[in-house]
Design a protein around this ligand. Structure first.
Ligand SMILES: Cc1cc2nc3c(=O)[nH]c(=O)nc-3n(C[C@H](O)[C@H](O)[C@H](O)COP(=O)(O)OP(=O)(O)OC[C@H]3O[C@@H](n4cnc5c(N)ncnc54)[C@H](O)[C@@H]3O)c2cc1C
Length: 452
């Protein structure tokens, strides 16, 4: 017989959105139960401990200086941050040619650099006309939402093949799906939510500036610990039934009766919960369209970050390769040395068709060509194909195809009876990032605290 629990609020999902919602409600005096499908908290944040005890992040890892909600939680839960390693030369591989550079812009032709800068400036300028809380109300929202990011890229004026490949890869890294299937309005909204396109791409002053000591999952673990028995792991929620004055949330071994529920799962997974009454067709259409694409993150671990002594930062790019983008993701102590290597969208899918040994060889060959022979012999090699994770299904966030935001966007945060919604996909500021997840959970908690 499943255990029956009464609470003020039942939170579904213990990623950062769910945990922030539960914490806010608990601090607001409400009793909470959090039901999490996985046997761990953190969701798209997944910190693993190596045999020497050091923490590495298989999922989200970095925080921008503006990620104040998450930085606030870091302070509250005693977790320090440190700067991502950036010293040394970055590398861009263009048809086998190795271009070393420092700062933001690779040494491609001055024309290519100028056209990228112009396209970025135009994007930033246009994004300022997108209202953060309601992008679908922008004066030109319909026009922008009828275009895809791919069609914008085609007409962006970016010259030379490598400049286009580089920009395409960077944008593919943000959305991971096909750029044909992503609305230009969503790109503008994302840029607005983070301040500028360069902030999204940058380490210094940007989205990759800070890492967390002990891993990005440490704060999640500490929040869950502070909530004690309220967090129930390995409890996938199968149904949510709404009654006049309460909801009943059913998981494998637990049935929670609560005045409200907060659903904090990726949009596509909300469709797998049986709602009674059923979700209206427009909301189903929203969640069916909000797709997150393929992304793989591979952690290649060495005894030490040998590339630093060779004069490399660890940052490199080779669009279309088995290691499209790499970053130094070593712990603050600098030991072990960790390279985080990413592939996105169709490239991630193509690399995934190789068998395990071939994939390892392809990644190590790419790293050896860039950083030298030491790269061939890692002590650990940890792959995560996020789109195959049953409780995530795609990364790093859902993207909206043309037409979806203007038709269904207003539903993103609109409660459905006693059911409230959170998750990074519902956030405005820091949309798509860990900070956005935290802000969305805090917003959902405030909605309920203001109502009950
Ligand atoms: C490879 C990768 C790299 C990234 N890098 C960064 C980065 O460096 N910086 C950054 O800011 N962001 C990054 N992100 C994005 C960031 O991880 C997400 O924005 C954020 O973690 C989303 O949090 P969330 O709580 O909204 O959703 P999730 O973390 O997905 O949490 C949802 C939770 O709901 C659970 N769940 C699903 N269905 C059910 C159900 N039926 N019943 C119960 N529980 C359920 C899931 O198991 C999960 O724990 C990255 C993501 C990935 C995958």
């Amino acid at each position: 017989m499943p255990e029956r629990i009464d609470a003020d609020v039942c939170v579904v999902g213990a990623g950062y959105a769910g945990l922030a919602a539960a914490l806010g409600l608990h601090q607001g005096g409400k009793s909470v139960v959090v039901l999490e499908a996985r046997p761990r908290v953190g969701g798209r944040i997944w910190t693993e401990h190596l045999s020497d005890g050091s923490a590495v992040d298989r999922g989200g890892a970095w925080l921008a200086p503006r990620h104040e909600a998450m930085l606030g939680l870091a302070r509250d839960f005693g977790v320090s941050t440190y700067k991502t390693w950036v010293d040394g030369a970055h590398l861009l591989v263009d048809e086998g040619r190795m271009l070393r550079y420092r700062g933001l812009i690779p040494k491609i032709s001055p024309l290519a650099v100028a056209t990228i800068a112009l396209a970025q400036a135009r994007l930033d300028w246009t994004s300022k006309r997108v209202p953060l809380d309601a992008p679908w109300t922008a004066r030109r929202a319909r026009v922008w939402d009828s275009r895809s990011v791919a069609s914008w890229l085609e007409r962006s004026g970016i010259r030379t093949a490598i400049a286009r490949d580089l920009f395409d890869m960077a944008v593919r890294g943000l959305f991971t799906g096909s750029l044909d299937e992503t609305s230009y309005l969503h790109l503008l909204f994302l840029v607005r939510a983070h301040g500028s396109i360069n902030r999204l791409f940058s380490i210094k002053g940007g989205a990759q500036e800070n890492m967390m000591e002990g891993g990005a999952g440490l704060i999640a673990t500490r929040i869950a610990d502070s909530l004690g028995d309220a967090v129930r792991l390995a409890q996938p929620v199968g149904s949510i039934t709404q009654h006049k004055d309460h909801v009943e949330v059913t998981a494998t071994d637990v049935i929670v009766s609560a005045r409200h529920a907060v659903v904090c799962v990726p949009p596509v997974l909300a469709l797998e919960i049986a709602f009674d009454p059923i979700l209206p067709p427009d909301r189903r259409a929203l969640y069916t369209s909000a797709i997150a694409g393929p992304e793989s993150k591979t952690l290649v671990v060495y005894d030490e970050p040998f590339w630093r002594t060779e004069g490399f930062s660890g940052q490199s790019a080779e669009p279309g390769s088995a290691a499209e983008v790499t970053l130094d993701a070593s712990p603050a102590s600098g030991k072990p040395g960790v390279i985080a290597s990413f592939t996105f969208g169709h490239v991630a899918e193509r690399v995934a068709t190789l068998d395990e040994g071939e994939r390892r060889r392809a990644v190590l060959d790419a790293l050896t060509a860039r950083f030298g022979a030491c790269a061939a012999s890692p002590v650990d090699f940890i792959e995560t194909a996020w789109w195959t994770e049953p409780w995530t299904r795609g990364c790093s966030m859902a993207h909206f195809p043309p037409g979806v935001l203007t038709r269904y966007g207003p539903l993103l945060r609109q409660p459905f009876g006693r059911v409230h919604w959170a998750g990074t996909e519902t956030s405005t500021r820091s949309h798509g990032a860990i900070d956005g997840a935290v802000l969305s959970g805090q917003r959902a908690a405030a909605e309920i605290l203001g109502r009950t």
